[in-house]
Design a protein around this ligand. Structure first.
Ligand SMILES: [Zn+2]
Length: 281
């Protein structure tokens, strides 16, 4: 059995980007560790949603714990940096936010967890954090440095298949179940198809993924575009998760050739001693 650590920026990122993969790994008996950098204190929340005296960070920490349990996480850690806010906001420059955190210090904390867990795999973000949020970019930098420090054998970047998102936008524009403005910015989202090395079919796990998204009720409301989708549309949009394997450097992957899971490597020489893909049930 392998141990796979997922490193995310805010509560809800784990459900949206990697929830299906986490649920699939856990169901196959692997150990799933979730490390989240911040409590997402600067997210938006509807008036009257929080209880008197309750902070958004407190609520989101509870939502995160609930989502982690739905996804089968074996250990959940919040590093406790402050949310930096959306790109371009003044809060980006505060000295207690994750975007300005010292990379070596943060990487040391993540590396300590990777070592304690003897984690076989680390999942961090692509170089621009999928869409440029300063905390997401920091997740990439800190994740890469931590894997180096801990000597984690296998590293993946979670991303979105940009060409898939663009096709979805065109489809939404042509159908009546839009609105396609939810895919605004699709042309810079994620990474081009040709860079993607790994596509996990999480269609058997979209139910758990949807429940985990629902656990983040302060951010993903019941009447949101995400949760309002009919089941078949939801499965089509969320039924696959994309990764770029950066360690070990892949050979013969990308440009249309993709691995089906995080525990597969050509040659079968991955630490963890299994050649089974997570889709191999
Ligand atoms: Zn985020």
């Amino acid at each position: 059995m392998a141990t796979v650590t997922f490193f995310h920026a805010h509560p809800d990122d784990e459900a949206i980007a990697t929830g299906g993969t986490m649920a699939a790994l856990a169901a196959a008996g692997h150990r799933v560790v979730l490390v989240t950098a911040t409590r997402g204190e600067l997210g938006e929340v509807a008036d009257g949603f929080l209880l008197p005296g309750e902070t958004l960070g407190d609520r989101r920490a509870e939502e995160l714990a609930a989502a982690a349990s739905i996804l089968g996480v074996g250990r959940q850690v919040v590093l406790g940096y402050h949310d930096s806010g959306m790109e371009g906001e003044d809060s980006n420059a505060r000295d207690d936010v994750f975007a300005t955190a010292d990379v070596a210090e943060a990487a040391g904390r993540l590396a300590a967890i990777l070592e304690e867990e003897s984690s076989d795999v680390l999942v961090t973000y692509d170089e621009h954090g999928g869409y440029g949020h300063p905390d997401h970019v920091r997740v990439h930098d800190v994740g890469m440095a931590a894997a180096e420090l801990a000597g984690t054998p296998v590293v993946y970047l979670t991303t979105m298949d940009r060409d898939f998102m663009l096709a979805l936008r065109t489809e939404a524009a042509e159908s009546d179940h839009g609105p396609e403005d939810n895919l605004e910015g699709a042309d810079t989202m994620g990474e081009p198809s040709e860079r993607i090395t790994t596509e996990v079919d999480v269609s058997p796990w979209v139910g758990a993924k949807r429940e985990a998204m629902r656990a983040h009720a302060s951010q993903i409301t019941e009447d949101s575009f995400f949760l309002q989708m009919p089941e078949d549309v939801f499965a089509r949009v969320w039924g696959q998760e994309w990764y770029i394997r950066v360690r070990p450097e892949p050979e013969g992957l990308g440009d249309g050739v993709r691995e089906p899971g995080l525990l597969v490597a050509p040659g079968g020489d991955l630490a963890g001693g299994t050649s089974a893909g997570v889709t191999d049930r």
